[in-house]
Design a protein around this ligand. Structure first.
Ligand SMILES: *Cc1c(COP(=O)(O)O)cnc(C)c1O
Length: 371
């Protein structure tokens, strides 16, 4: 029992403690630490009983893992446009709903909260579940509630590129006891022999090993203590830069569904003209979003090639249960998204920037704007 790095037999209880601390910090009944954000999304989908025969609406602009997770449980991802907020366009979600739609995955991409009030108003009366992909928005909030806790279930990532990190890692969040039990089973190879399993009422089904370990959890406990401070610094830096930027004709800042809850990992600018956006991005060292690679559906090769699984029988695109589902994905599927991404530029914010570095950034942006 001593010096064990295995969370189940460890006396240190790093993973156990991290989960309880995450629940308290984020304000959610249940958290399960897993090995990645992708795993967390799969757990959410499995927890909600989503599989072959089901459509899940995802934004056309998100890291490919969002759509991959849907395919991994045997369901079909259906693309919806994003709007200028860089998040899912609820009006387009409405157009994509069919009798097969089981869930929508709003993605709080680049730390920007989705329009969850409108999405809930659309989905709740129809019995369509909301799974929040909060992998790029650990700790962010929407109207005072932390992201990942507002839908039926939510996913965090602790990958190297995210707001807090252990190199790799993720978490499932839910307030629902049944979803929690099913996610526990799904992430822990069936889980039936764990001490905690005795009190569970959900049947044990076969599944995967997505567990975390004591080293990752120990790192995450320290990271979690810093989360609010990191967000505070990001929000201060972004506010200072936004206040110093002199916008001229033909450019505006990326709007937010909740500026106070936004993680402020990025400052976004939207130009009327795509060429101007590209030139601006090159000059300030920002990213013109059309170059976001695997974050745009036109670069999701496995989906474009209909290779949704490792064998034909396990490829949801070929599954007879999905015969009548909406499997459309081609470069023309979401033209509004492509137009917005061509005209949008993101500049990454750094929570550690000094006042001088902030001033340098502002000067560089204004010079590139010709302001
Ligand atoms: C990073 C990310 C994921 C996947 O998280 P991993 O920990 O890398 O598996 C899912 N969705 C979005 C939006 C992400 O940015």
């Amino acid at each position: 029992m001593s010096k064990s790095l295995f969370r189940i037999s460890s006396k240190y209880l790093e993973a156990e403690n991290f989960e309880r601390e995450l629940e308290a910090k984020i304000g959610v009944k249940h958290a399960i630490c897993v090995n990645s954000g992708t795993s967390a999304l799969q757990c959410c989908l499995a927890a909600l009983n989503i599989g072959p025969g089901d459509e899940v609406i995802v934004p056309a602009y998100t890291y490919m893992a969002t759509a991959n997770a849907v395919l991994a449980v045997g369901a079909i991802p259906v693309l919806a446009e994003v709007n200028e907020t860089q998040t899912i366009d609820v009006a387009d979600v409405e157009k994509k709903i069919s009798k097969y739609t089981k869930a929508v995955i709003p993605v709080h991409l680049n730390g920007h909260p989705c329009d969850l009030d409108s999405l809930k108003a659309l989905c709740d009366p129809r019995g369509i579940k909301i799974i929040e992909d909060s992998c790029q928005a650990d700790g962010g909030s929407y109207k005072g509630q932390r992201l990942g806790t507002i839908g039926a279930a939510g996913a965090f990532s602790f990958n190297y590129f995210k707001i807090i990190s252990a190199g790799e890692g993720g978490a499932v969040l839910t307030n629902d006891d049944t979803y929690y039990e099913r996610a526990l089973i799904y992430h822990d190879t069936g889980t039936a022999y764990r001490p905690y399993a005795e009190a569970m009422t959900e049947p044990f089904f076969s599944s995967y090993n997505m567990r975390t370990n004591e080293i990752a959890a120990a790192v995450l406990r320290e990271q979690l203590k810093r989360l609010d401070g990191i967000l505070e610094d990001l929000r201060r830096v972004k506010a200072e830069i936004a206040a110093g930027v002199k916008l001229n004709a033909g450019v505006h800042l990326t709007p937010s569904n909740d500026p106070e809850g936004d993680c402020c990992t990025h400052l976004g600018l939207i130009f009327d003209d795509a060429d101007r956006a590209a030139a601006f991005a090159a000059e300030v060292g920002g990213l013109c979003l059309i170059n976001s690679k695997k974050h745009i559906y036109i670069n999701w090769d496995p989906m474009l090639n209909r290779l949704g699984g490792h064998t034909e029988a396990m490829n949801p695109y070929l599954d007879p249960a999905n015969a009548d589902l909406n499997k459309e994905i081609n470069p023309d599927t979401c033209p509004v998204t492509l137009d917005i991404l061509r005209r949008s530029v993101n500049i990454s914010m750094n929570p550690d920037w000094t006042a001088e570095e902030v001033a340098e950034k502002i000067a560089k942006i204004n010079a590139a704007l010709g302001a």
